[in-house]
Write a protein that binds this ligand. Structure first.
Ligand SMILES: *Cc1c(COP(=O)(O)O)cnc(C)c1O
Length: 579
C-alpha cells in the first residue's frame, strides 16, 4: 500500500478535517448535498495549496441514494452499489471504539486526492464492516443519514472517536482538528479524556469548529439515557452535561464549548448563530467552491487563454473583463447545447437553445421552496408570451422527507400542465456530474430559500464561474455577492428587514415576477451586450471571491495557524485575551 503518502505528513503537524460526508466524485456516493460538496472542495483546495491536511469521513457502503422518478412523479430510492475495492485502498490499521459496552473494530480505507500539481490530500474512510464485529455493528457505517437517532450516535462515535484513533494509529501528529458540523464533535470527548484533569483549554487549543445549521431543530441532540447506554461514560457525566447541555447532549454546544475557533459559513449565518448561541465568540468564513472543478471545460479553455494561472489563483478572475463578448457568448451557448442534449437524451424534451433558461437544482426540501416559481402560474405564462422561458430542475429528497418528495411531484405535475407552452425538465439523480452540467448550461440560476435558513449555499457560486447569472433571495452568501443589476438580481427584501412572513412573501413574489418580466426577459432578448456584461461580472466579481482557495486561505490565517482574534473594532484587530 502507498503508505508513503503519510510519510510526507510526518514532518509537521497536520490539519485533521472530520466530516460526516465528503463528495469527491460521482462514483463515490458518500454525500447527500451541499455539506459534502463543500467538504470535497475543501479537500481539493487543501491539495492545491499543498497543506498538511488529512480528511476523515465514513465509508457509507450503501451510498446515499439512486433517484428514479415514477410515472406518478414520486421519488423512488435505490441503494447505490459502489466499487469500494476498486476505488479505495485498505489501510493496515485498525482501532477499537466502545459502543454499548462492546468493543467495535474500526478499519480504514484511503483515497489519495491528487491535485493537478501532484500534491496529495489523503481522504480516510472509516469502516466497521469487519468480520469480528457483530452484524449490527458491521452496518454502522452503511447508510449516510440513515437509521434512527441511536444509529446516528453510533456513527458519530465512529467518526469522532474512531477517526481520531485512526489518525493516532497512523502516527500522525495533529495541529488542529477541524470539526465540520456537529456530527464530528465527539472528537472533543476523546481529546478531553486524553488530557490530565480533562483540561478544557488544552482541547480548545486543538479544535476548530464550523457550524452549518441556522435552525434550532437542525442540531444533533441525544438524550443522556441513550448517551450512557451507547457511549458509556468516557468523561464524567456531570462534565459532559456542563459542556454539551443539561437536558440532552447537543453536539453543536459540545463543539462550541471545546473549540478555540468557531465560525459560521457566511456573515449572515454568523449573526444567526450568535443569536442562537449568545455569548460565544463566533466568526464567519464565507464558503467558496473549487474553481477548477466547477468551471466547465469550455470556460476552462477560455480562462487558460486569457487569464493564465486562474485555477491556482482564482482571484485573477477579476480580469475576466478582457475576454471578448463574442467568445463568452459562444462558449456559454456550447455549454447550454450540452445540457439541452442531456435533457433530450434523458427526458426526451426538446428545448430551445435561444430561449431564456432558468435553473434550480439542490436538495429537495421544504425550506428551499423549489415550487416558488409556480406561485402564480398565470403570470409565468404571461411572461413567457413576452419572452420564451424554459426551466431545468434537479434534486433528491431525503428518504424520510415526505414533504420534499411531494415538492418533486408538484414540479413534475407543473411540468406536465405547462407543456408545451413552457418546457420544464426534471433531471433524475442529481449528483456532482449532473450539477456540473446544469450550473454551466442555464442562463439564470434561481435560489428561493426561506430566510434565514440558507446558511450559505454554494451552487450559485458554481454558476457564476460559468458566467451564469444569479437571481436569488437575499440569504446566505448572496447577501455578500449581490450587487443589484451588476452581479445579478435579488428576490425580496434586504436581509436586515424582518417583517411578518406574509409581507416578506408578498415582496418576494412581486420581485420575482416583476424583475423577470421587466428586467431579466427584456435584457436577455433585447440588450444582449448588457446581458453579457452581467455574465462577465459574475466571473470577475463573484467567482473571483466566492471560491474555495480564498476560503481555505481564511481558514489557514484565522483558524489553523493563529491564536484567536476578536473581530475588528474601530478598524483595528484586537488580540483575544486568555481567560
Ligand atoms: C453544490 C451542490 C449542492 C449544494 O447546492 P445549494 O444550492 O448550495 O444547496 C448540492 N448537491 C450537489 C450535487 C451540488 O453539487
Amino acid at each position: 500500500m502507498n503508505m508513503h503518502i503519510f510519510d510526507k505528513l510526518k514532518n509537521e503537524p497536520i490539519i485533521a478535517y472530520l466530516s460526516m460526508e465528503i463528495a469527491l466524485s460521482s462514483d463515490m456516493p458518500t454525500y447527500s448535498g451541499g455539506l459534502g460538496v463543500l467538504a470535497g472542495d475543501t479537500v481539493r483546495s487543501a491539495a492545491d495549496l499543498s497543506l498538511p491536511f488529512v480528511a476523515v469521513t465514513l465509508i457509507s457502503r450503501k451510498g446515499y441514494l439512486n433517484q428514479k422518478i415514477s410515472p406518478e412523479g414520486w421519488q423512488i430510492e435505490q441503494p447505490v452499489e459502489w466499487e469500494i475495492e476498486k476505488i479505495l485502498t485498505p489501510l493496515p490499521v485498525q482501532v477499537e471504539v466502545e459502543i454499548e459496552k462492546r468493543k467495535v473494530k474500526v478499519g480504514a480505507w484511503v483515497y489519495p486526492w491528487k491535485s493537478a500539481r501532484g500534491t496529495i490530500v489523503p481522504v480516510i474512510f472509516l469502516d466497521t464492516n469487519i468480520p469480528q464485529n457483530t452484524p449490527e455493528d458491521r452496518s454502522i457505517t452503511d447508510y449516510l443519514y440513515g437509521g434512527d437517532s441511536r444509529y446516528r450516535l453510533k456513527q458519530e462515535i465512529v467518526l469522532g472517536i474512531g477517526g481520531s484513533r485512526i489518525l493516532k494509529a497512523l502516527d500522525l501528529e495533529v495541529r488542529k482538528y477541524h470539526i465540520n458540523e456537529g456530527h464530528a464533535a465527539l472528537v472533543t470527548v476523546e481529546l478531553l479524556q486524553s488530557f490530565k484533569n480533562c483540561d478544557v483549554e488544552a482541547v480548545k487549543n486543538l479544535c476548530v469548529f464550523t457550524t452549518h445549521t441556522p435552525v434550532e431543530a437542525g442540531h444533533d441532540k441525544f438524550p443522556y439515557d441513550m448517551v450512557k447506554d451507547v457511549l458509556g461514560e468516557p468523561i464524567p457525566l456531570p462534565l459532559l452535561k456542563q459542556l454539551g447541555g443539561a437536558d440532552c447532549l447537543n453536539m453543536t454546544l459540545l463543539a462550541l464549548n471545546l473549540s478555540g475557533y468557531i465560525n459560521g459559513v457566511a456573515k449572515k449565518h454568523r449573526e444567526v448563530s450568535l443569536n442562537m448561541f449568545p455569548g460565544y465568540d463566533i466568526h464567519s468564513i464565507t464558503n467558496g467552491v473549487h474553481s477548477y472543478t466547477w468551471t466547465s471545460p469550455g470556460f476552462q479553455t477560455l480562462f487558460d487563454h486569457y487569464i493564465p494561472g486562474w485555477a491556482q489563483e482564482p482571484e485573477l478572475l477579476t480580469r475576466a473583463d478582457i475576454i471578448s463578448n463574442q467568445e463568452i457568448w459562444t462558449v456559454h451557448q456550447k455549454e447550454k447545447a450540452r445540457l439541452l442534449q442531456l435533457i433530450k437524451e434523458k427526458n426526451n424534451i426538446e428545448m430551445d437553445e435561444e430561449a431564456l433558461t432558468l435553473g434550480f437544482a439542490r436538495r429537495m426540501t421544504a425550506y428551499k421552496r423549489p415550487h416558488f416559481i409556480f406561485t402564480d402560474v398565470e403570470r409565468l405564462k404571461k411572461i413567457n408570451r413576452a419572452g420564451k422561458l424554459q426551466i431545468v430542475f434537479a434534486g433528491k429528497a431525503h428518504p424520510h422527507d415526505f414533504e420534499g418528495k411531494k415538492l418533486i411531484q408538484q414540479i413534475i405535475q407543473y411540468s406536465r400542465e405547462l407543456s408545451p407552452e413552457i418546457k420544464i425538465a426534471f433531471l433524475e439523480n442529481y449528483n456532482l456530474e449532473v450539477a456540473k452540467k446544469i450550473i454551466a448550461g442555464v442562463d439564470i440560476w434561481v435560489n428561493t430559500p426561506m430566510r434565514p435558513l440558507e446558511a450559505s449555499g454554494t451552487s450559485g457560486m458554481k454558476a457564476a464561474h460559468n458566467g451564469v447569472i444569479n437571481f436569488s433571495v437575499l440569504d446566505g452568501w448572496w447577501i455578500e455577492g449581490c450587487l443589484e443589476g451588476i452581479t445579478g438580481w435579488s428576490i425580496g427584501p434586504e436581509s436586515e428587514e424582518d417583517g411578518n412572513p406574509q409581507e416578506i412573501f408578498q415582496k418576494e413574489i412581486s420581485d420575482f415576477y416583476g424583475k423577470l418580466e421587466y428586467v431579466i426577459v427584456p435584457t436577455y432578448y433585447h440588450h444582449r451586450e448588457q446581458w453579457i456584461k452581467l455574465m462577465k461580472n459574475s466571473i470577475s466579481k463573484v467567482a473571483s471571491y466566492f471560491n474555495a482557495h480564498r476560503m481555505m486561505e481564511s481558514y489557514i490565517t484565522e483558524a489553523y495557524f493563529h491564536q484567536p482574534f476578536l473581530p475588528l473594532t474601530n478598524g483595528s484587530i484586537v488580540k483575544a485575551e486568555k481567560n
